[in-house]
Design a protein around this ligand. Structure first.
Ligand SMILES: [Cu+2]
Length: 187
């Protein structure tokens, strides 16, 4: 920086003070950001150590977790939860109702899930028509196509819900729990 001759010593001194002050502020800001990242990382490690993901975080060396972005660490912990798979079937005229007539049914009609955790359903629909597991209250609507396919059931709030098959099949079965209707319990 060139100074014109009319600059007094005081002016030069003042400019120097301002310049050094800015540098100091930048350094302080940098330290502050670093400290914030470090503290949030430590908080994350501590909270995950006391939560359900104890095993996942215990296996990860502390040094590699401490400087990972909080979002990435959370995603790793969520991916470590194993997804359960249940096998069931849809069979036409599977079981008798109280009146003695055989009715269409799912071989399993009660499903229990953890809120937000997917449950895989491998369903062999041996019927020629599609059926469904539908519960607007639970936010679930699975169309079960003929053949064996895997579907994902996820419920985002806790509750005890009923579901029905809404694709026209056996009218009696569609309104009876244990046939084309059942429960979803999310805890
Ligand atoms: Cu049905």
């Amino acid at each position: 920086m060139a100074y014109s001759p009319q600059h007094t010593d005081q002016e030069i001194f003042d400019e120097e003070v301002v310049r050094k002050g800015k540098v100091l502020l930048e350094v302080l800001a940098g330290v502050g950001i670093f400290a914030a990242v470090l503290m949030s990382s430590i908080a994350l490690v501590r909270s995950s150590a006391s939560g359900p993901a104890v095993q996942a975080s215990a296996k990860t060396p502390l040094s590699s977790v401490a400087f990972t972005a909080p979002g990435a660490a959370a995603a790793t912990a969520a991916a470590a939860v194993p997804v359960k798979t249940e096998d069931l079937k849809v069979v036409a005229e599977y079981k008798r109702g109280p009146e003695g007539t055989k009715h269409d049914a799912f071989t399993q009609t009660n499903f229990t899930v953890k809120v937000g955790q997917p449950l895989r359903l491998r369903i062999d629909n041996t019927d020629t028509a599609p059926h469904s597991i539908t519960s607007p209250q639970a936010g679930v609507n699975i169309t079960v196509q003929p053949g064996t396919h895997t579907y994902t059931l996820v419920v985002h709030e806790a509750g005890h819900f009923t579901w029905d098959c809404i694709l026209e099949c056996d009218p009696w079965a569609m309104t009876h729990i244990g046939y084309m209707s059942g429960y979803i319990t999310a805890t």
